[in-house]
Write a protein that binds this ligand. Structure first.
Ligand SMILES: [Zn+2]
Length: 69
């Protein structure tokens, strides 16, 4: 994801200046800042990834969201 929540409750976008850890706004789990190196001259891509794979928010299947709506 691109935006998480910091320890003081404010949204924090993944970037070079973001903290190493933040909180997932969906499940409340800990997410860590990751960097994906892109092609030359494209810079780096920052994103948040769950520290623990056992989290409900991104495991939810699309059809389940449709059924709940
Ligand atoms: Zn989550």
């Amino acid at each position: 994801m691109k935006t998480a929540v910091s320890s003081n409750g404010k949204p924090v976008a993944a970037s070079y200046s973001a903290p190493a850890e933040a909180i997932c706004p969906k499940c409340g789990g800990v997410v860590t800042l990751r960097v994906r190196r892109l092609m030359a001259n494209s810079g780096n891509s920052y994103y948040w990834r769950h520290m623990d794979d056992d989290h409900p928010c991104e495991r939810q299947k699309p059809f389940m969201r449709l059924r709940a709506a």
